[in-house]
Design a protein around this ligand. Sequence first.
Ligand code: HEM
Length: 401
Amino acid sequence: MRIDLLDPESFAAGHPHAQYQWLRDEGGVHWHAEPHGPGFWAVTRFEDVRAIGRDPATFSSEPTIMIADPEGPAGIAFGDHKMMLMMDPPQHTAFRKLISREFTQGPAAKLRPRCDVLARQIVDAVIEDGECDFVASIAGEMPSYVIAELLGLPLDDGRKLYELTEIIHTAHDALPEGAQAAAVMKMFEYARGVIDAKRKQPGNDLSSKILAAEVDGKRLDDFDFMLFFLLLVDAGGDTTRNLVGGGLLALLANEPELARLRADPRGLMPSAREELLRWVSPVIYMRRTAKRDAMIGGKTIRAGEKVVRYFAAANFDERAFAEPFRLDLSRAPNDHIAFGAGAHVCLGQHIARVEIDALLTEIMTRMHDIELADAPEWLPSNFISGPKRMPIRFRAGPRAG
Ligand code: HEM
């Protein structure tokens, strides 16, 4: 079996399940070569992926959660400033606390009526056409609108920022030289404008809140804000989009499950959405770095070595899920790890669920006889998985009451 979890080609049609399966069956913790780096441990069994996430004292998120060490877009840091995603406790705990309340279940649930309205508008915009690119016109619209609302930005700007996110997440080699750095710079320029505007006129939004926040009695500075901004725009955009796009693909490939969801979208959605999260697993990996020697899956990890947790590999581990390759929209229990685990578990998970439910419910109710009009095109990335383009045809159904 040829194993290459760095080559975006391995992910060109979705997760490389045959490779994951081999890796899990052969022990679950494997040394993987890295052409431009020292190599890393690929971790593929559920228990190990979860255990590493829960042990930040041994497995650090510093200096970066990307496999490559040199400063790529996600490794961006200014002096001693860094993104929360790449901090360890206690610094991480202090930064996360600044915004975590906005992301708990209560405030997320309050977004539901607004997401229902947005879902309706998104579908309204294409419903009479009978065809569209599902990714650009439907799946991608919701997360960019929602993050714009949370941050207090015009909705259309959310869409522009989200185009930049996609460039940032695309494999380096698939883009013209300098395109990623330029996208990050544009994101920062935009963030700079937000700083100026919100300082002049603070609002009741997350941007204003971050600008007014303090850690250890010290006000966050502009760099702190820009890194928070980049993280929030980046983390919630194509992940949620890919879940909805990849989720619809999974449903189109499984008529009986699709029919079940259509018959009772609201009733089945809570378990259906969790199963689609497990199935699609939009985030491919998160890296940690061992701070001290440790044993994982019977292998000795040395201090300083990179340890890479593969979420979809864990989510299809038969040691953790009965018949993992069967899409079961009422699967219970379903303790998938698509949102990660431990201190860095996805901060936006409750909001993501509200967005996904609103959009999929609207689609299931109003868009009938959906079929692919052309083969979907996958995102060329070894970090984020999902369709980049997905032309579909459909028939308009009645509006939900
Ligand atoms: C289907 C959608 C999503 C998926 C699959 C997803 C997945 C993830 C994963 C795997 C992590 C890292 C967890 C770990 O290291 O163990 C993460 C972190 C994070 N996510 Fe999400 N995410 C989604 C949507 C969102 C949304 C909508 C937002 C914001 C509105 C968001 C904000 C964040 C933030 C801020 C972090 C960093 C948390 C930290 O470092 O403490 N995510 N997400």
